[in-house]
Write a protein that binds this ligand. Sequence first.
Ligand code: AMP
Ligand code: ZN
Length: 116
Amino acid sequence: MANDCLFCKIAAGQIPADKVYEDDRALVFKDISPQAPTHLLAVPKEHYASVHEIPPEKVETLMGGLTGAVREAVRLTGINEGGYRLVVNSGEIAGQTVKHLHIHVLGGRELAWPPG
Ligand code: AMP
Ligand code: ZN
């Protein structure tokens, strides 16, 4: 767990979140400022700021666990039916505000492309 990391604290249960799915490797909870009718955040329990910071030997397990959690969450919330978008913002230029890897899961409305 990284010091002063919001999503590490949520994963550790120290800060409350509206959880949709949780297992030993990942957690999915509702975004506090939703940008779509369904807006979830999927986070690995282990702290890495971005995909490129995951050690090579951990990529498969960590991203596999994270993708598996997204799979369960989209089915539990039903957005697998109409479609959804997965977004990862990495670094300042992409607008990342929380420096703990997370996948935004957006669904429940038409989503424009390209994003801003
Ligand atoms: P990003 O800008 O890609 O780093 O996304 C960070 C996301 O975290 C934003 O969509 C915020 O609304 C969301 N967020 C910030 N604090 C919380 C919180 N305590 N619980 C749930 N979501 C949060
Ligand atoms: Zn963290």
